[in-house]
Ligand binder design. Sequence first.
Ligand code: AHR
Length: 632
Amino acid sequence: INLNVSATGGNASSPLTYGLMFEDINHSGDGGIYAELIQNRAFQGSLEYPSTLTPWVSIGDAVLTLQNTSVPLSKSLPTSIHVASNLTNGTIGLLNPGWWGIDVKPQKYIGSFWALGSYKGKFTVKLQSDLTDEVFASLDIPSSATPEKWAEHKFELEPRIAAPNINNTFVLEFDSKAGSLNFNLISLFPPTYHNRPNGNRPDLMEALKDLDGSFFRIPGGNNIEGDAYHYPWLWNETIGPLTERPGRPGTWGYQNTDGLGLVEYLNWCTDLSVTPVLAVWDGMYLGNEVDHILTASELEPWVQYALDELEFILGPSHSTHGALRAQLGHPEPWELKYVEIGNEDDLYDNGAETYSAYRFSMFYEAISASYPDLILISSTGDYTAVGGSNTSNPSATDYHTYTRPDYFVSQFGHFDNASREHKSLIGEYACIQGNVYNQVVGVDWDAPKLPWNPWVGSVSEAIFSLGAERNGDAIIGMSYAPGFQNLNSYEWAPDLIAFTADPSQTVKSTSHHVIELLSNNRYNATVPVTADSDFGPAYWVAGVSEPGHYTFKAAIYNSTSTVPFSISFEGLNEGAKGTLSVLNAPDGLSSNTLENGVVSDVVKKTVTTLAAGSGGVFEFELDNYDVAVLTT
Ligand code: AHR
């Protein structure tokens, strides 16, 4: 393939081309990146997921029950654990196995619990092995519990050695003479990313940081919408002290603690230097309850609710919600430029109809009147679907695509004729099923998804991404979804990053490698490429950051032989230097996995220094399923 790359004449690329998307699915928040180690720390429940004692275990002859005491810890956390004993001598207590294990290292763990009851003795808190009972850290804390008022007990545990595995538990014990006590909000945090109180797991944050994303789409996905019990994500119930957060039934089969809330998401943006793309709920529930999409009058308070959220984020500290933000330690507004109205509102007929009839416009008009500089994104993937006069507004749209390798490759040109005025966010994309022999077909939602993305899937995603990069003036950016999978409990595979409680078991998918390569090699504008061959089996894009500094990206799909490239870049002469980075895997079906506790990483990266030959031509060959970046 002979290619000539021009120095100018292309399109400006979006500064946000690659980004991240997060929602609490697959225990990616609670039990995942949110670093809280105690599972079911505050016995939060809902109609959908009633409060439970799981996974708490009694120690000694303690009898554990759930209790709504006449003095609750807070209105938000009314249910506590009652620990009672018939013993007059001995130690009783309760044990928590964490979120499928606890990683014990010689580092500081910060803990706290609230207690209610009559007890003047001491509590003992421990981190210990579940297999051998070896104690890695132990501390006695004098009780300040009284029967009238909940008392908080704070502590630090610092093991001297690392536990050999994650089969460890947290234990809270006391003298059975106490008779019975109630406990609530029993919490334990390891060191967090950027040492944020109530923060995130450093290793998983690092895995995101590797991707050099520029935006962060939160808080969903479907998790913003709420399932059968009509309970959308409520921003104001996810802020402030943990005692004031009731939690909610998440959309993905479990109760969310909401410890990872709006402020934590915005801090996350600060810590990863990414810009938020904030979704607001717009009146569509999921599950079998789409019969009740809110009417325009029912929706009005929700429009105000979204405006209040925006005032919390953007308003001056003398405004009502800006003052609340300041009171929570953030006097300065956060930066927010993008707001998405809903999530996948084209999912159901009456969803799409009501969205285009009134739901989108109610939010659009109210938000743009108060915040004219915000870029408002419709959630249908097609900006014309918002209908009426809105088609002339400057809104963008969020396009989601979950599909198969052949189909992704066929979508290389998807954005070639897309609107430049109404840009597209590719808020979710992933290859989730294998090819169907000889047919370019989309996904079959009734068929199983792949457990792990194979390399061919990641290559096809790369080709789709190169197609989006070629149209950098038509897109806002793209984010793979879902981001995380807790391998102990998940609803959706494949995912970008799979993990357990053991940081050494984190699997960065083959797609993670592709995004890391493509995202870390950005440029300011595309540049035209003339070629003596059509796209397929090779696909490419070229860009420039400053004169002479080109970035050329290519991927090969279904080639029966090696593909030779001869590329000249305008202005570069013989001897000009380039660096060629190439990703590949043993074969298209290889996946990164965790099997029997062992992480396999099949992706190999080779980096070669090239020099342009006569006429300034760079020559190299790529193999089938190579994903490559050449920088000069
Ligand atoms: O990423 C998983 C789900 O796929 C998201 O929650 C939803 O937006 C999409 O349907």
